[in-house]
Design a protein around this ligand. Sequence first.
Ligand code: SF4
Ligand code: FES
Length: 248
Amino acid sequence: MKLTLKIWRQANAQAPGKMVTYPIDNVSPDMSFLEMMDVLNEQLIQKGDDPVAFDHDCREGICGMCSMFINGEAHGPDRLVTTCQLHMRKFKDGDTITIEPFRANAFPVIKDLAVDRSAFDRIQQAGGFVSVNTSGNTQDANAIPIDKHDADRAFDAATCIGCGACVATCKNASAMLFVSAKVSQYALLPQGKVEATDRVLNMVKQMDSEGFGNCTNTGACEVECPKGISLENIARMNREYLSASIKG
Ligand code: SF4
Ligand code: FES
């Protein structure tokens, strides 16, 4: 396949960025999108040019690092896949592909396509955990029966990989889908109920202080989420927040 890539190049957070056009040849339809980017970077390095910076780690849909906005969609045109799981057979010979970073005020560009998503880490640190008594008298987790339906919904929420596609897709740059998945995975389990009030209040407070926008129920986040995180988590988080605010 012969393609034309239009890629956002930006030296650092302060520098102005611009789209730069790169022709690329001999792309196999069986390559992943990141392998195609590797080929481009090898060519740039051989010519003495600066390779395109982009985040990646696992390359199997687990780590959530490969944040790219491809032809106007987070993680590209396929559904329920990350950029590293997207294959070039989704494109046609002769296509022009536009590649940009995830754009949001709370995700400043580090370089080219790499953005700083440490705001998500700070939200997690504000409450996305369960405190465990390690005194030696810790209760065996299997001793607490959990309804299968609740366990399944908690597991579904826990599949969020923190990629940030929901934020990049949302016209308000809202992080509600991410935060609600993290709140829900504990809200549905007895182990999570002990700290439930503080968790939701603190995580939402941190989310707001990071500069993410509000949710206006457009649902774009759910469509573009590579893990199929459901909007029902946002409704659950709103209920948790209301109840915590009354108690708190
Ligand atoms: S909710 Fe989905 S899109 Fe948002 S961070 Fe989690 S996995 Fe990514
Ligand atoms: S590189 Fe880990 S999810 Fe894509």
